[in-house]
Design a protein around this ligand. Sequence first.
Ligand code: F6P
Length: 361
Amino acid sequence: IKRLGILTGGGDCPGLNAVIRAVAKTALYRYEIEVVGIMDGYGGVIESRSMILEDHHVSGILHRGGTILGTTNRDNPFRYPVGEKDGQTVWGDVSDKAIANLEKMGVDVLVAVGGDGSLFIGNELYKKGVPVVGIPKTIDNDLSATDVTFGFDTALNTATDAIDKLHTTAESHHRVMILEVMGRDAGWIALHSGTAGGADVILIPEIDFSYEAICQKISARQQKGKKFSIMVVAEGAKLPGGEQIYQEERKDNPHLSKLGGVGNVIGDEIQRRCGVETRVTVLGHLQRGGTPTPFDRILGTRFGVKAAELAMNGEFGQMTCLCSGEIQSVPLSDAVKEQKLIQADSELVRAAKSVGVSFGD
Ligand code: F6P
């Protein structure tokens, strides 16, 4: 192997630059090979946009959020816009062109850093003969093949900080404060930040809730003289009846701005039912930005070094993972098999309930 290519795909996440730096420095200095940075995820493969990464490109980036390579969650070589017919986009498979471009770039092995979508594409390219090594990333922490993904810890810190701030204003105004956090169909950010921030109610997609149970919790607090409550709501939380507003967002719903997030819908209903003033904060992409925590910098560095080792040892079709505290690897195909969700009877859910948190069940 003379030249390693690296791309970052899917939504950005704190710690990506730590990964790029670790892969590049290990390749440049330990293995003395060249590194090509591919721009904007698979879009850069399809459109042949790349640059040679040298030491100065990856110096001073460890603490920076985002990704110096750019990213997008649009571009998939197996389903790419190839034209228009009758005002409609025509989709086609341009994977052969993508593979030819990788060859033209002189990439002998591709390190793909991404969430389930980008790793799925990486695995499909691997099945077509491209030497691929994967690195998992997502703030959602919902990949089953690794104990934890980098980015999650930073998002958790941001969400916990927001809860701390909401606490003081909630208390002053005797309000119910709702914080809506990200996480797709999983409630990891909500469960962890809610527990760390001392939330009174945590709503996650994995546990069905009723408005009655939430109102009971709020009024029980009021009877004890606590006139405010803090609720953390995962964006994927299911409304009674099963509707997930987050899923509507995924459908490019033209009425999205009218719908608001799930937090707004729940906030209106709580205010109506419990007669208590309610305010909603949607934390949104603040969770994806900013300086990565030391944990995410270290995990990103460990994943990057391991990926370079896998690449140089010819262990393709593998993805780095953290398993029982150790950096290991698993087949890429395992990475995309199933989403890691919270078990309703898991130890952390039981611990949170034990200290008085209501999950609305
Ligand atoms: O997967 C990461 C994530 O931030 C989710 O938590 C969130 O639902 C989604 O991406 C948002 O995607 P976008 O940046 O495309 O709006």
